[in-house]
Design a protein around this ligand. Structure first.
Ligand SMILES: [Cu+2]
Length: 424
């Protein structure tokens, strides 16, 4: 008997230890898993459409009602995939797992971005600014987001933002154009809307019940069979129907006249699109032509051989290769330590950096073939290797060059890529 008790205690302890182990493991894994599906987006969307760069989050933790700012730039790739709609209608916002934050202000190249923008230009850069505000407490993964009509949402690098406090304290005060102070836009007008729902539901319920209380389908069908249509609708039915019709029309018009009187100035929701010019082009570009590119599957490394021509007036060095928000920094470039700012999500920075066949700066006017290697498990972790099975096997990204004064030049790099399944 004693033996069985000891055995049961041991078994229970083992089970508890296993459960605890699972819990710890799950909580560790959740950190990565709680991001919200950005990795499941096709690589051609992430590497060949919108390339975000210089993205900054001014805070990592805010209280409910506290604002934080998200700034950055993006380049629309010239080698836009054929399968993706062009950025003809584009809306700027932030991506969050549900309404956890409020977008207070948004700007594209300094212009308010309340509405969509039309006809953004490929091969050009745009600058954005989003002012957000904490709404629901929790740890949320927030991204800048460009929604392109026909293509869907294209997100920038995501950062974890901790919102602290209580949801009950959340307020969104607004003063309207005619000087009315609204204490909290979150609940403004809701009670009135609910009252109107009540009025219409009551009228509809009355009309339904008015017919339901009498013999329904079969008796009426039988009356019809016997040619007694005259008993189906009585004078009382007609009277009630007419009264109800008059009441509905009176409430509708009365409500309209009342609303017009109480709110003489009403601005409808703005549905048109805005136009915005891209940022000015940089003087003196560096031209990059891909000669050969392959992805080494066992080594998880992208190898690219490119013919690079420096059209600027200064010697330049390759500073960084960036694609799909991943950053491969050349550790030997001037000022490499400060290239990635402290607020950039570290899970998107390749530890291995960027390897170059030749570190010698490219003189003004010089053309040289340079080979670079972007090697990191991030290609797999970020699920960016499906170009191995893609019908349009191409890659894209941005190459950043820097001259000795610290001036930066940005070039698009794109071209076909082949997988290598054996070790090189
Ligand atoms: Cu995310």
């Amino acid at each position: 008997m004693k033996g069985i008790t000891v055995y049961l205690i041991q078994k229970t302890a083992k089970l508890l230890a296993q459960c605890l182990g699972m819990l710890v493991l799950t909580s560790v894994m959740l950190d990565a898993v709680w991001a919200h599906g950005e990795r499941s987006q096709e690589p051609y969307l992430r590497t060949r459409t919108v390339q975000y760069y210089d993205v900054h989050y001014d805070k990592k933790a805010v209280k409910v009602n506290e604002e934080f700012t998200l700034t950055g730039r993006f380049r629309l790739m010239e080698d836009w995939p054929d399968a993706v709609s062009l950025p003809e209608t584009v809306f700027l916002s932030a991506y969050a797992p549900g309404p956890m934050i409020t977008r207070v202000e948004s700007y594209l190249n300094g212009m308010p971005a309340r509405q969509s923008f039309s006809k953004l230009e490929l091969g050009r850069d745009y600058e954005f600014k989003l002012v957000m505000k904490g709404r629901v407490p929790g740890r949320h993964h927030i991204h800048p987001l460009l929604s392109i009509k026909g293509s869907g949402p294209l997100v920038g690098p995501g950062q974890w933002i901790e919102v602290t406090g209580s949801k009950a304290d959340y307020v969104q005060p607004v003063s309207t154009m005619n000087g009315v102070e609204i204490e909290n836009l979150e609940f403004y007008g809701i009670s009135r809307a609910l009252k109107w729902y009540g009025v219409w539901i009551a009228l509809a319920a009355f009309w339904l019940l008015f017919w339901l209380v009498r013999p329904l389908l079969l008796p009426r069908w039988m009356a019809l069979q016997k040619g007694r249509e005259d008993v189906l609708i009585s004078t009382r039915d007609i009277t009630v129907g007419v009264i109800l019709g008059v009441v509905v029309v009176a409430i509708s018009f009365g409500g309209y006249i009342y609303a017009k009187k109480e709110y003489p100035y009403v601005v409808p929701l703005q549905a048109g699109t805005n136009k915005v010019d891209p940022l000015p082009k940089q003087n003196g570009q560096v031209e990059v032509a891909v000669l050969k590119a392959n992805y080494d599957v066992p080594g998880r490394a992208m190898h690219v051989k490119a013919r690079i021509t420096n059209h600027s007036s200064e010697a330049v060095s390759i500073q960084e290769f960036a694609t799909a928000n991943l950053r491969f920094v050349n550790q030997q470039a001037p000022g490499a330590d400060s290239v990635v700012s402290a607020d950039y999500p570290r899970d998107l920075v390749a530890r291995g950096g960027l390897g170059l066949s030749d570190q010698k700066p490219l003189a003004a006017g010089e053309t040289r073939d340079i080979q670079f290697e972007a090697s990191d498990a991030l290609w797999e972790v970020e699920r960016l290797v499906s170009f191995l099975t893609d019908v349009d096997s191409k890659f894209g990204g941005l190459l950043f060059f820097v001259d000795k004064s610290g001036k930066r030049l940005i070039s698009e790099i794109s071209g076909p890529i082949l997988p290598t399944f054996t070790a090189l």
